[in-house]
Design a protein around this ligand. Sequence first.
Ligand SMILES: [Zn+2]
Length: 226
Amino acid sequence: MQDIERFLLGFRQFQQRLFGIEHDRFADIKQGQHPQTLVVACSDSRVDPAILTESHLGDMFVVRNVANLVPPCEQSEANQGVSAAIQFGVCQLQVKQIIVLGHAHCGGINALMHGRGEQVAADDYLGKWVRIAEPARVQVKQALSHKTIEEKCKACEMAAILVSLDNLMSFPFIAERVAAKTLTLYGWYFDIDAGSLTGYDPQSGSFRSLVASLDKKAVTGHDLTW
Ligand SMILES: [Zn+2]
């Protein structure tokens, strides 16, 4: 079956639930959205945050882009879709938490680690975008020069999450809410190889296991204190 046919079949099944057997559960969200959580995730087809967490319609306000990056707060005339979505989620929807969800084998981070973004042409939109994580690339390059490119990419995927968390704090409306403890920021990393989830722990400066892999063989934490 082709994609489009499969998607239409899927929507018909969803429609049966929305207007049929689970009608009551969906009644509220037809009136408006009240998500408590904003998620910044990668556009990668394997990293849909709602599917990964088995969430439902209305649970998450989601911003997706290449490499789950948040640009720093800056005032310019450029179209700033990510900043606008974050402002809407925080100021309008009043979300209580923001999760930056990174992942293994990220194509955007891989491109950055292979030099995309160093000297970008005017029409290199991907290069200009992934350059947001340049501080992570520089840090990894300096601290892990002896490691393989695969290890460097993995470290950069995690370090880029921290860059985005820092950039979130550069928005005054976020810094104010974090200081007032009405908003909490989280950095999560989905390891698709291990099937595990780790989360950044500011106290230890490392990623700690949130949900270990089923076989428990994979590393359950990643030290970022280089
Ligand atoms: Zn990615």
